[in-house]
Design a protein around this ligand. Structure first.
Ligand SMILES: Nc1ncnc2c1ncn2[C@@H]1O[C@H](COP(=O)(O)OP(=O)(O)OP(=O)(O)O)[C@@H](O)[C@H]1O
Length: 382
């Protein structure tokens, strides 16, 4: 992410006070991902003046490049009434949005995880609810919003990442006889048990071998070489809330967890177990994603809640967490992951892709809130 520039210029008379008023107006802008105003956030607001141009910069703690035009419009709207008729009334307004991704402090970070700023688990109480599909689209959406992202497929029962990203058959390179190098795909750094287990691995061996192999890829994947950083590492957890999941949650120094559920009652009960599991190990639950919540008939366009409605919202309220978003049961979502092109990259302009990006911004904004609680905004004028 780019560094802030500092702007100085010869200020017309009365301009300093004008810039201060502008900064004040900007502080009351609403941030859609957190639902708070900038004054309540640890957002940096910079207001400057140079050669007939008023320069405004806002820096947020989650990736959101797709939102720059929207912010520009709102900044213009907020500033114009103040500027009009004042000493800077003739000035142009130039706006830039910055994203500065915070780091979740994780105590003693092992060598292979150094440089990974935030590890996020995507979990579900039971299998088949679309956890892996959500995880891969979330990872791609964070990357589309400007973050550097890795994805670890820790689903020992059915590693699906290679299929979802079209990387089947690739074997990770090994560095210094010690580390696996992640496999790059669609801008993500990825690692999966699927790269290590072959089709010939006998089914009876899969369980025990898989947990050994999982331990190996957890401790031996070199996510960041040469001083690079990774903003987010998304971990696709094995489904369920048993010992494996609990150990994994404890071992991976998580910044937070996203729980995926369908609106069916049973899946919801399982989702509650998921929320409780992460609470037990003090991992913040970033929110709930309700998957397959509506079905749009491809024939007539009619939309209906096949598995019931409002469930995700209810757990979110009952368990003091947020509903990050809802995804419809859509053929395009399944087809995308089946052919190695998840919705976010197959059709970035689609409503589904926008839903995933919104979920990504909200989840990342929750991490920002949990790392910066109570810090307050920094305002620079000059
Ligand atoms: N919103 C959706 N609409 C249509 N199909 C979906 C949707 N979400 C997921 N699917 C499909 O449902 C199937 C199961 O999804 P996925 O593998 O993501 O679930 P999972 O919860 O990770 O399962 P597992 O427990 O096997 O790991 C896949 O074929 C996937 O393409």
């Amino acid at each position: 992410m780019s560094e802030h520039e500092h702007h100085h210029g010869d200020l017309p008379e009365g301009a300093q006070a004008e810039l201060e008023r502008l900064a004040e107006c900007l502080g009351s802008l609403h941030d859609p991902a957190t639902g708070r105003i900038l004054d309540e956030l640890d957002a940096d607001i910079e207001v400057g003046y140079e050669d007939g141009t008023v320069l405004v910069g806002i820096s947020l703690g989650y990736p959101c490049v797709s939102q720059e035009d929207d912010w520009r419009e709102r900044v213009q709207e907020a500033c114009m009434p103040t500027l009009r008729g004042g000493p800077l009334g003739e000035a142009h307004l130039q706006f830039e949005l910055f994203c500065e991704i915070p780091t979740t402090e994780a105590g003693d970070v092992p060598e292979h995880l150094r440089g990974v700023k935030n590890i996020v688990a995507v979990a579900s109480g039971k299998g088949g609810v679309g956890k892996s599909t959500t995880a891969v689209n979330l990872a791609l959406a964070l990357a589309a919003e400007g973050a550097s992202v890795g994805m670890l497929d820790a689903d020992i029962y059915g590693p699906s990442l290679p299929t979802m990203l079209g990387t089947e058959g690739i074997r990770p390179e090994v560095k210094e006889h010690k580390f696996f190098l992640p496999v790059e795909a669609h801008g993500l750094k990825t690692m999966s048990l699927g790269y290590l287990l072959t089709e010939d691995t006998p089914a009876v061996w899969r369980g025990p071998m898989a947990s050994g192999a999982l331990n190996q890829i957890l401790t031996q994947t070199l996510w960041c070489g040469n001083g690079e950083e990774l903003d987010y590492l998304i971990v696709d957890m094995p489904p369920g809330t048993g010992d494996i999941q609990l150990t994994l949650a404890q071992k991976t120094h998580l910044a937070g967890a996203v729980i995926v559920t369908t609106p069916q009652d049973l899946a919801l009960l399982d989702a509650i177990k998921g929320v409780e599991m992460f609470r037990k190990v003090s991992v913040p639950v970033l929110g709930i994603v309700e998957n397959m919540s509506l079905h749009t008939c491809s024939q007539c366009g009619h939309t209906e809640p096949v598995f019931g409605s409002g469930g995700g919202e209810k757990i979110a309220a009952d368990y003091d967490t947020g509903l990050l978003g809802q995804l419809p049961l859509a053929m395009s979502i399944r087809e995308g992951t089946d052919r190695g092109l998840p919705s976010v990259i197959a059709d970035p302009e689609s409503e589904v892709a926008e839903s995933y990006r919104e979920i990504a911004r909200r989840a990342a904004a929750e991490i920002w809130l949990s790392t910066e609680e109570g810090a307050g905004p920094a305002i620079e004028i000059g």
